[in-house]
Write a protein that binds this ligand. Structure first.
Ligand code: ADP
Length: 367
């Protein structure tokens, strides 16, 4: 079935003429890395070759593929010569057909991972911060972007409240370094007490500016703490971010899980694979070592299995996690069992990224 789809996709690509060779785009050999997923998600790389005409050509190729019956989303990437001379891939995300969305942001890291939740207060930011710190401790160059403009909590959790980014000579913001992680947040730019009423398009432009106007340097991984929810704002945002994957955080509670199903469904409308589900607040450990399952037992784990999404791990309710968040010293920076749990979670995330069809991930090395 997918090979018939691939034939149709190649035929659609050949309907667009490569101005260099005069052949169809597929026949010209300029299309590489074609991925045709049975669910109708298509990805490919278009080699540059005609300078300014590359981008219109890429758009034409996407449009042609988007028209193929059975195609639900197209991710086209253009290889480009960066100003540094390094050969990089500039990703362009395309919304599901028939209405392709304009690409919003350049790719700031080799692996860009959204940390998402369908509801607020489930520990999404806590998980994002601690995963980033754990990945950085393993030797990776890690960035963390606070795209949760509705409630930016990263400055508090990283202990960087009140800091303001310096500007580079090229007028880019230098990320604020904390616990080995390069961070950027709207909280560094806007007074925390200042009430901002965000509308959909404002969220997009704020987040795209935070990504594009930051000098991230050479990152292995960028974690993006996204606004909670599965509404139109979130969908558009994740569609426009050049994501390599998404992690969904949930409590085991039934009401939260109904939302998780929506969250997984949301990412399935994008080209980004769901790398897995993390169950937070999975249990509370009594003094005698026995566990109380305050929000129910293993609900997220079951939902992950039901939905065919990898289960990455469970985190208990630990006062250390709350205290660390409030004090700006993430638990993952320490030596507790929580730090060890996040080390393992970061490893699981990295492995899921490496195994995902879109992505060769950097390998985390543990000493
Ligand atoms: P979200 O980003 O989903 O809104 P937060 O990460 O801000 O959630 O977490 C909400 C509150 O719960 C914070 O005070 C945080 O410290 C606390 N918290 C999150 N996860 C845990 C946990 N596993 N154990 C104890 N407290 C937690």
């Amino acid at each position: 079935m997918s090979s018939a789809l691939e034939t149709s996709v190649r035929a659609a690509l050949d309907s667009v003429v490569d101005p260099v060779s005069g052949k169809g785009l597929s026949a010209s050999g300029r299309v590489t890395g074609l991925v045709v997923r049975p669910d109708g998600k298509i990805g490919f790389v278009l080699e540059t070759g005609v300078g300014a005409a590359d981008e219109p050509l890429r758009k034409a190729a996407e449009a042609a593929v988007a028209r193929v019956a059975g195609v639900h989303a197209v991710t086209a990437v253009l290889t480009a010569e960066a100003t540094t001379g390094a050969r990089t891939v500039a990703p362009q995300r395309i919304a599901p057909s028939p209405a392709p969305a304009a690409p919003m942001v350049a790719k700031p890291a080799r692996g860009v991972i959204a940390v998402a939740s369908a509801k607020g207060g489930v520990g999404k930011s806590t998980v994002a911060v601690n995963l980033a710190v754990a990945a950085a401790r393993s030797g990776l160059r890690v960035g963390l972007l606070d795209a949760d403009v509705f409630g930016p909590s990263l400055p508090t959790m990283l202990g960087t409240v009140g800091q303001r980014p310096e500007l580079t000579a090229a007028k880019k913001m230098k990320p604020i370094m904390a616990h080995g992680v390069a961070s950027m947040s709207i909280g560094y730019l806007v007074d925390p007490d200042q009430a901002v009423v965000w509308r959909g398009p404002m969220v997009m432009s704020a987040v795209s500016q935070l990504i594009n106007d930051t000098d991230w340097g050479d990152l292995d991984l960028l974690f993006i703490d996204t606004p909670p929810g599965t509404g139109e704002v979130q969908l558009t945002l994740v569609q426009k971010l050049a994501l390599d994957g998404a992690i969904i955080v949930s409590t085991p509670q039934e009401v939260a899980l109904a939302d998780v199903r929506r969250g997984v469904g949301m990412f399935r409308k994008t080209a980004a694979p769901v790398l897995g589900l993390i169950e937070n607040m999975a249990w509370f450990e009594q003094q005698d070592g026995s566990r109380t399952y305050i929000f129910g037992k293993e609900g997220a784990q079951r939902t992950a299995a039901e939905m065919g999404v990898p289960f990455l791990g469970a985190l208990p309710i630990l006062s250390l996690l709350r205290e660390g968040g409030d004090a700006g010293i993430p638990a993952a920076a320490g030596t507790s069992t929580a730090a060890e749990a996040f080390r393992l979670l970061a490893e699981a995330v990295n492995e899921a990224l490496a195994a995902s069809p879109n992505k060769p991930a950097p390998k985390i090395m543990f000493e």
